[in-house]
Design a protein around this ligand. Sequence first.
Ligand code: 8YV
Length: 328
Amino acid sequence: MAARKPKVIVTRKLPDPVETRLRELFDTELNLTDAPMSREALTEAVKTAAALVPTITDKIDAELIAQAGDQLKLIANFGAGVDHIDVAAANARGVTVTNTPGVLTDDTADLTMALIMAVARRVVEGANVAQSGGFTGWTPTWMMGRRITGKRLGIIGMGRIGQAVARRARAFGMSIHYHNRKPVSHVIAEELGATYWESLDQMLARMDVISVNCPHTPATYHLLSARRLKLLQPHAIVVNTARGEIIDEAALADLLAKGGIAGAGLDVFEFEPAINPKLLKLPNAVLLPHLGSATVEARIDMGEKVIVNIKTWADGHRPPDRVIPAML
Ligand code: 8YV
């Protein structure tokens, strides 16, 4: 007789092909309504599932993990970032945590470039004028933005996504600078022509554009604090496609409002989905609703990764994308 399939609970609606495959392989409970699960429903899920598939909208904290039954063995996150999961608490209870790195790198890097361009060239402002019938004729000095070719881009966090942003920015003629816990290999540094800044403060004061591409951890919370944001030059642009908590959002909004920097492009927010009301009123802030990995291809590939992680675990092997707290 075939072994019983493990019970898998998925907290949000995933792309159809992913859900179908999950149902074929495992005893899978889907969330067809796509409403985020309540705390009670999540508690029930960790008491009954062998593998839980959460997303960024689920808070899997130590308190929730403490309520899990012994049957819970795997948290296979649909997403790369795991700052909504207490990985140490899960591991301490013998629960493995996996994520979906790699498959959303290019899409997130593309969106980072889109934000850089949108802010520098006033794309959204211009589109709003045109769409509202406000384009009354070309003028030599109207709606001028800033060229990005020849400018300095400072990347905070030179992991997969940071490097993918660097490659794209190089093609746009930008020079690459970065701050990271440690320098990248000589080979990569050479390929990207990248300059390493051990001191974030030093880098911030010299860049034209800053892109945030590091994970959110206790060490990166408010890394761009009010003090550090003030180090930026008045013509600087800040772009964040990583996590809102890395920037002091209130301080950024104040700085933008008083012209302390030229603009910001934000795909993520400190209190997501809430956005600081000040930002909503600023023409020099381009705001997106967390679209970094929102392509059909990325979302299906993320699902594939989730499936591979669950299947390898179910077959008695170590899943490929285990998150190790020391790596964070
Ligand atoms: C995902 C993300 O869509 O993967 C990540 O870390 O930020 C997003 O692009 C989201 O996390 C899904 O859970």
